[in-house]
Design a protein. Structure first.
Length: 332
């Protein structure tokens, strides 16, 4: 069995993270990681006539640039696994239509980056593929239109609200490599719902799921990670996760951070609680965390993307917000 503990899968063969490519919008480019992204697009519409078409272009371009940079041909890629926030994961499906790679579309909300990487590593370890591209995207304007209020209304945002990252990242997984970061363990989370109903407080809704998955992964593997990073909990959710671990007498504060607080300057950029969206953990990993592994700044990374699995319909009907988190253990 390659399963260890209750929810974790051990990758027996090498699954290398060979390369990444990241594209972000203007606001993200003005943040602390601005010079680390591969491409910064100054116009969020990027020459398109809708936010949704722009997001599709972000995802399509990230895959194409990744393949171009590594001289990868389509016949060398066994599978593209992707997802996004929009209804029927349209950005991913339409990008896959244009790229014409074998395609699996998944929905994990903001947990999609770790979800696709986890699924991809299992497929490669199982001998079903040699090269897989994992990709996801989000766009501030398309997400606001779907989940909250159209931007034209000028509604005031809650202080607990987060800023959906405009960006996309593509990650190349391969069974072939000569060193470099490798995925060693994957923990798929359970739905955790403690009754939060406020769609403007995603951090509080997702934090219990992050705590549950992180705790299970650490228990199952027993690995002492150099750095633990969650997806997009922002300042509110990050504080809750720290509190839950402290109450469990198992503090991780000295080696824990969150992509939602890394990608923006919370004090200067008026993003309230921080960043969110599928593109948040994806671009932070592709541009920043992956580089820390390559440079040897860290040897063991626990990368955990978090997602709020709600919908506008469910929210209007008074439903609470289910949370999910998936963890990928990466070692150099």
């Amino acid at each position: 069995m390659k399963k260890i503990g209750k929810q974790t899968f051990s990758i027996k063969d090498n699954v290398f993270i060979r390369d990444t490519y990241t594209i972000v919008g203007k606001k993200e480019g003005q943040g602390p990681l601005g010079n680390k992204f591969h491409m910064v697009v100054e116009d969020d519409l990027w020459g398109e006539d809708s936010w949704e078409k722009s997001e599709l272009k972000f995802q399509k371009t990230a895959v194409e640039k990744l393949m171009e940079a590594n001289q990868l041909k389509k016949n060398q890629i066994d599978l593209m696994i992707s997802g996004d926030l929009l209804n029927q994961i349209t950005s991913s499906s339409f990008a896959a239509r244009a790229i014409q790679l074998p395609y699996i579309g998944v929905y994990g909300a903001c947990s999609t980056m770790a979800l696709t990487m986890g699924l991809g590593s299992l497929l490669i370890d199982g001998g079903f593929a040699e090269n897989i591209i994992c990709v996801t995207s989000s766009h501030f304007c398309s997400a606001e239109r779907q989940y909250r209020l159209p931007l034209e209304m000028g509604g005031q945002r809650h202080m607990s609200a987060q800023w959906t990252v405009t960006g996309s990242a593509a990650v190349w997984l391969s069974k072939n490599g000569s060193g470099g970061p490798r995925i060693k363990n994957v923990t798929f989370g359970k739905i955790t719902d403690l009754g939060v109903k406020d769609a403007n407080n995603m951090g509080a809704a997702m934090a219990p799921a992050a705590y549950d998955t992180l705790s299970q992964h650490i228990k199952d593997t027993g690995i002492n990670y150099d750095l633990i990073v969650t997806g997009d909990l922002g300042t509110v959710g990050k504080g809750i996760v720290n509190k839950m671990f402290n109450e469990d007498n198992n503090s991780i504060e000295n080696k824990y951070d969150d992509c939602g607080t890394i990608i923006f300057d919370i004090e200067k950029q008026d993003v309230h609680s921080g960043g969110s969206g599928c593109g948040c953990s994806a671009t932070v990993f592709g541009a920043f965390l992956y580089r820390k592994l390559l440079d040897g700044d860290i040897k063991k990374l626990l990368f955990t993307s978090t997602g709020a699995l709600h919908s506008p319909t469910a929210t209007l009907q008074g439903e609470s917000i289910p949370g999910i988190a998936h963890s990928v253990g990466i070692e150099i």
